[in-house]
Ligand binder design. Structure first.
Ligand SMILES: [Zn+2]
Length: 253
């Protein structure tokens, strides 16, 4: 099993990161930690060095913070991606969030920054991990133009089934489902109808725990795998094997 998206660099884990990684190692093959900002990108790089062969980094700039980022900050993010191409397994998380960002000008700025990262992924031919909320259809239209990006990942996919079908038709795009599956009816309905060949698993730790007070951690990705098996009426081993294979292929681990 693989947690394809989490934030182990967050200070939420400062007191017991070693234990959290230990528990992940007991259950999982790998963990992918996604950079959030320029500082976060450097932290995830360090984590991938501390836990070489187990933790893999992606460098990005979160869409909600990117709306307020200066051109200089975005430039640094681009430079770090170019500089660390051999270290990172994808660009992300980047994307667009229409849930939190409602202002038209800020949404445009978000899209401009997102396409900047898409151009970079296209130029370097690396996968892209996207945070997309309430604008999934628009995003599918945008990414369709980038022919050299090997794989697209919609992290925590929560769009419509109709858009999910378009994503499956792209054949190099995947939808990642988190531990949220255990309680979200919408996500459960989606997973029932999305082909396992286009599904990845994640936790988005420390977010999306079973309760608001709890801190999520990568080892909990097991719960998502079990839930997918239950919803699709498949055995856990098949779900585990297929989703792990999807992740290994995308991130070339
Ligand atoms: Zn995230």
């Amino acid at each position: 099993m693989i947690d394809t998206h989490c934030h182990l660099d967050f200070e939420d884990f400062d007191d017991d990161r070693e234990d959290v990684v230990g528990r992940a190692k007991d259950k999982l093959d790998n963990v992918i930690v996604s950079g959030f900002s320029n500082d976060s990108n450097m932290k995830v790089l360090q984590l991938s060095k501390d836990y070489e062969g187990f933790i893999y980094p992606t460098f990005g700039f979160h869409p909600v913070s990117s709306q307020n980022a200066t051109p200089e900050e975005i430039k640094i993010a681009h430079e770090n991606i170019s500089k660390h191409l051999d270290d990172i397994v994808a660009i992300g998380e980047v994307g667009m969030d229409y849930y939190y960002v409602t202002d038209k000008a800020l949404r445009e700025r978000q899209q401009e920054i997102f396409t900047g990262f898409l151009e970079l992924a296209d130029e370097y031919e690396v996968p892209i991990v996207m945070h997309v909320r309430d604008c999934e259809k628009k995003t599918v239209n945008i990414i369709a133009e980038y022919e050299n990006i090997p794989y697209f990942v919609f992290h925590c996919y929560g769009g419509s089934l109709k858009t999910a079908k378009r994503i499956m038709n792209m054949d190099n795009a995947y939808m990642s489902f988190s531990t949220m599956l255990c309680y979200s009816k919408h996500h459960q309905d989606l997973v029932e109808k999305i082909d396992l060949d286009y599904i990845l698993t994640e936790t988005d730790s420390p977010y999306l725990a079973m309760t608001k007070e709890e801190r999520n951690e990568p080892a909990n990705v097991v719960n998502a795998v079990y839930k997918i098996a239950e919803l699709k009426d498949m055995d856990v081993e098949t779900v585990d094997k297929t989703t792990t294979r999807n992740a290994l292929k995308i991130f070339k681990i």
